[in-house]
Design a protein around this ligand. Structure first.
Ligand code: GDP
Ligand code: MN
Length: 386
């Protein structure tokens, strides 16, 4: 679960991770009030969306006066911000962060993430921080330091020093950084983060170190033990169909293609997406209704996929194990009766109670295309959309 920069910075403050003074604003008036209360210009007007690259997209700007702060707040609030992370449709800006402008001497990069290969927390840092870190990683990966922390040992003093020296810090800045990194590690572990990225981490003209940006992603599977963090979820930033699917515990991810698919089991869903692709079509979503789905869940899954305008045909691929084929078929029939199907639907069903399931489908008199196996299903769905 991602959160906004202003929320991440509020959490950072609680962990003594230094951040600029600032406040979130939800209207132009509020933005001006916050700008004035900082007492000094320039202030920075920052778009709050769940995507990076805002600076390059025109979502982060410096205001030298109250008037300019007002102009920028008007311009950025409500704009559709397009960055390399939002995709071409962009994201409408509904919130701002108004922050005290900083005197930047150097922009550094610092992040913590879970490294699955080593089962450790990896700290990544670079002196080449700022807006082009992706390019640095691509062209000059040697400029990125990586330190792997064993979660059972916790972060060690020598590891903190390795990163601090690698960032070229000395004296007071080095000491400040050491505390910051130890606190950031604690923040990461205590909150079950999957990613914390500070880009840039800045060194100011008077040699202090602070987090100028903050990107935080929490492991959604651990949120049950962080009820307070759940309140930070912003549904405005999520795909509406994905939000709807999450209400029914459906594992659904919206994609770009035009073949909707409903599958039980994540592995089977991945395989189904592959066969769709192999047959020359493109999946519109990943949808796993789970091993033990009820017919209501199946109905909701079907409704959500049909609500997606880009879906031109639906492939249903069910292996009846814990989820019996007859239960599944009933869900499909109920959903089809309620929503009405006006696009081709191909069904491949195998496993427990498959005959009963097929009977329910054929008795319903719906216009469904039945497939004998995976290959046949793939060919039929590709023919339906191409
Ligand atoms: P991102 O583009 O979404 O990663 O947004 P950031 O928060 O990283 O801001 C982008 C860039 O804006 C930073 O790399 C800085 O160069 C610049 N910036 C942000 N805050 C300030 C500030 O207080 N003073 C100055 N001079 N530049 C700033
Ligand atoms: Mn940034």
């Amino acid at each position: 679960m991602k959160i906004h920069e202003f929320q991440a910075k509020e959490l950072f403050r609680k962990y003594n991770i230094p951040v600029p003074e600032g406040n979130a604003a939800f209207s132009v008036e509020e933005a001006i009030t916050h700008a004035e209360s900082l007492g000094n210009y320039p202030v920075v007007v920052k778009a709050q969306i769940h995507a990076g690259g805002r600076g390059k997209g025109g979502g982060v700007k410096l205001a030298a006066s109250k008037e300019e702060a007002q102009t920028l707040a008007r311009e950025i609030l409500g704009m559709t911000l397009v960055t390399h992370q939002t995709g071409p449709d962009g994201r409408v800006v509904k919130k701002l962060l108004i922050e005290a402008g900083q005197d930047i001497a150097k922009e550094l990069y610092l992040s913590l993430l879970v490294d699955r290969a080593t089962a450790k927390v990896v700290i990544m840092a670079s002196q080449a921080g700022g807006m082009d870190i992706e390019q640095v990683a691509e062209d000059t990966p040697e400029k990125i330091i990586k330190v792997f922390v064993d979660p059972l040992m916790g972060i060690q003093g020598y590891q903190v020093r390795e990163v601090g020296f690698g960032l070229g810090l000395t004296g007071g800045a080095f000491k400040q950084f050491s505390k910051l990194l130890a606190n950031l590690y604690r923040f990461f572990v205590e909150n079950d983060c999957s990613l914390v990225e500070i880009n840039p981490l800045i060194l100011t003209g008077d040699d202090s170190v602070l987090a100028l940006d903050a990107k935080v992603d929490f492991d959604a599977n651990a949120l049950y033990r962080h009820k307070d963090l759940l309140e930070l979820r912003d549904l405005d930033e999520e795909d509406p169909l994905e939000v709807e699917a999450s209400k029914y515990d459906l594992n659904y991810i919206n994609l770009d293609g035009n073949v909707g698919n409903i599958v039980n089991g994540a592995g089977l869903a991945m395989a189904t997406m592959d066969i769709i692709k192999n047959a020359g079509a493109t999946p519109a979503n990943f949808m796993d209704v789970g091993g033990g789905a009820s017919s209501e869940q199946v109905e909701n899954a079907f409704r959500i996929i049909l609500a997606d305008e880009k879906v031109k045909a639906v492939l249903i691929n069910i292996f009846g194990g814990i989820l019996r084929c007859d239960i599944f078929a009933q869900g499909v029939v109920d959903a089809a009766r309620k929503t009405g199907i006006n696009i081709p639907v191909v069904i491949r069903m195998e496993g427990t109670n498959v005959e009963e399931g097929k009977q329910i489908l054929s008795d319903a008199g719906l216009n469904l295309i039945s497939a004998t196996d995976l290959n046949d299903a793939a060919q039929k769905i590709a023919a339906a959309v191409n």
